[in-house]
Design a protein around this ligand. Structure first.
Ligand SMILES: Nc1nc2c(ncn2[C@@H]2O[C@H](COP(=O)(O)OP(=O)(O)OP(=O)(O)O)[C@@H](O)[C@H]2O)c(=O)[nH]1
Length: 266
């Protein structure tokens, strides 16, 4: 199945560092992203990228992020309020992407404050659970309108979470207890329908590779598609060009070349 880890993805392995995490269940800490910039020294060059993760409650957003940033996974469900995480993706020895990931709550009680997190987002990751068809339906009926209201032009990635449960269900011998699951093709169709840049499936529980692919492709995509409103856009764009790296197109090329199965670039 498509969530299987790709064994020879060419990007450098993640070196993660948890820099900040805050306000689980609390008021969002709204950072000004005016520091969005390219930091260059003779050795190190950094592009900053803000990724906002949304989707229904319990669909697996926090687990996906935590598995990538901290490398761990918990069966325990603790509803999120707002959290932010930072990590550095080392694309090459001299090119790094500082990713700030905003984890939001899917709870309707946060509908009025969640929009604050979209400010200056470079990419929005919309998540659903493959074990919960309603969470995918809500991508179209709830999440797309909200995201497009606050992020009209930013690229969107659609991510189907918890694929280990789909595989588990397939192998279950008790057919009467089988719940409806979202198939890969249904997820892909929804991704095309909403105009997503990438469709991907992950299991935070069983595949670190799948979550790394998703977040690294998100970082690459967002780094190449900075909003022209960003104060440092020109500087950043010229930096990316000098490094012969153009974000989305390079991600697409790399992904196609390496036949990465966990991410489909549209
Ligand atoms: N089997 C399986 N369970 C998962 C996976 N990812 C998350 N879960 C479980 O699903 C539950 C909800 O996961 P969360 O990551 O907290 O969900 P969320 O989308 O952040 O939920 P909210 O904070 O309410 O928005 C937890 O009990 C997790 O252990 C997965 O890949 N496989």
């Amino acid at each position: 199945m498509k969530d299987q880890a790709c064994s020879d993805f060419v990007f450098m392995p993640l070196k993660s560092e948890k820099v900040s995490k805050n306000s689980r269940g609390g008021t969002p800490e709204i950072h000004s992203n005016s520091e969005t910039s390219t930091t260059e020294s003779s050795e190190d060059s950094m592009v900053r990228s803000k990724i906002v993760v949304v989707g229904d409650c319990n669909c697996g957003k926090t687990s996906l992020i935590q598995r990538y940033v901290k490398g761990d996974y918990s069966e325990e469900y603790k509803p999120t309020g707002f959290d932010t995480f930072s990590t550095t993706y080392n694309v090459s020895e001299t090119y790094k992407i500082q990713i700030t990931i905003w984890d939001t709550s899917g709870d309707a009680g946060y509908d009025r404050v969640r929009p604050l997190s979209y400010s200056e987002a470079d990419l929005v990751m919309m998540c659903f659970s493959v074990t919960d068809p309603e969470s995918m339906d809500n991508i179209v009926s709830k999440w797309l309108p909200e995201v497009r209201e606050y992020c009209p032009k930013q690229p969107i990635m659609l991510v189907g979470c918890k694929t280990d449960l789909r595989n588990e269900q397939k192998s279950s011998s008790v057919s009467s207890s089988k719940k409806q699951i979202v198939t890969y093709d249904q997820g892909l169709k929804t991704a095309k329908h909403i105009g997503a840049l990438v469709y991907s499936e992950t299991s935070a529980k069983t595949s670190l590779k799948s979550v790394s692919d998703v977040l690294e492709v998100a970082a690459l995509s967002s780094a190449g598609t900075k909003s022209t409103d960003s104060p440092n856009f020109r500087k950043q764009r010229s930096f990316i060009r000098r490094k012969r790296f153009s974000g989305v197109s390079d991600a697409k090329t790399q992904l196609r070349k390496e036949a990465v199965k966990s991410c489909v670039v549209m």
